[in-house]
Design a binder for this molecule. Structure first.
Ligand code: ATP
Length: 215
């Protein structure tokens, strides 16, 4: 599903975020990428989502090299990806339901089926009863669950999450981690960048240290 082949990423003015990183992740796997702040975890996720381009090496997602992907090919990739980024970018003037509907509305999904999918996604993250609420009325854990619902509403084969349990208390973090495990058990390939790998006991762990894989 994912292959990094000697991938390096250097940001201007010369910060090496990742150095000759190689690893593979099979379809259906759950993988945790752990490491200290600045180790390169977010960069790894951004390269998979083609938000950033590698300086050298190849990033393959589903057999396609996404490093040199033309802008016109990005929607094809993004449709297969569910992204939960650190900055969730929830729409605070729209309801919970509308936030989750947005990715489907953008792709012109038929409204009736879209409504069913939104309700199914909200149900999976335990927010079915809150669909009319505004995000501001939700707790931090609920906002994170809303971001997950929005990421999975397109039923992606691959779910990527960057520090999805940051800023949550231990009980809420465990609850959010359980949701990722449930998607994994339902067949979704799940990759999570987190400093707290212990929350994901079912996952294989890749450890990064200053952009290098720790053997
Ligand atoms: N857009 C950017 N421009 C310049 N440097 C960047 C940029 N993004 C990240 N970096 C640098 O690259 C290195 C890796 O950052 P990255 O965000 O990938 O690490 P991280 O492990 O996700 O850290 P954190 O857990 O703090 O989010 C850091 O030194 C960071 O300062």
């Amino acid at each position: 599903m994912i292959r990094f082949d000697r991938v390096a990423k250097r940001y201007p003015p010369g910060i090496d975020a990742l150095s000759t990183l190689s690893f593979e992740m099979a379809a259906g796997e759950i993988l945790v990428v752990s490491g200290h702040s600045g180790a390169g975890k977010s960069t790894l996720i951004k390269l998979i989502a083609a938000i950033e381009q590698p300086t050298s090496g190849a990033v393959l997602v589903g057999g396609r090299n996404v490093g040199g992907l033309a802008r016109s090919a990005l929607p094809f990739l993004r449709r297969r990806l569910g992204l939960v980024l650190q900055d969730q970018k929830l729409l605070f003037d729209r309801s919970v339901f509308e936030n989750v509907m947005l990715p489907l509305a953008i792709t012109g999904f038929p409204p009736k089926e879209a409504t069913q999918r939104v309700r199914a996604a909200l149900d999976k993250v335990g927010l079915a009863a809150r669909e009319k609420a505004l995000p501001i009325a939700l707790s931090g854990g609920e906002q994170q669950r809303l971001a997950i619902a929005r990421a999975v509403v397109s039923r992606p084969a691959l779910l990527l999450a960057d520090e999805p349990t940051a800023h949550l208390d231990a009980e809420t973090a465990t609850d959010v981690a359980r949701i990722f495990h449930e998607f994994h058990r339902a067949g979704v390939t799940v990759l999570i960048a987190t400093y707290d790998g212990q929350l994901f006991p079912e996952a294989r762990t890749l450890r990064l240290d200053h952009g290098h894989l720790v053997p």
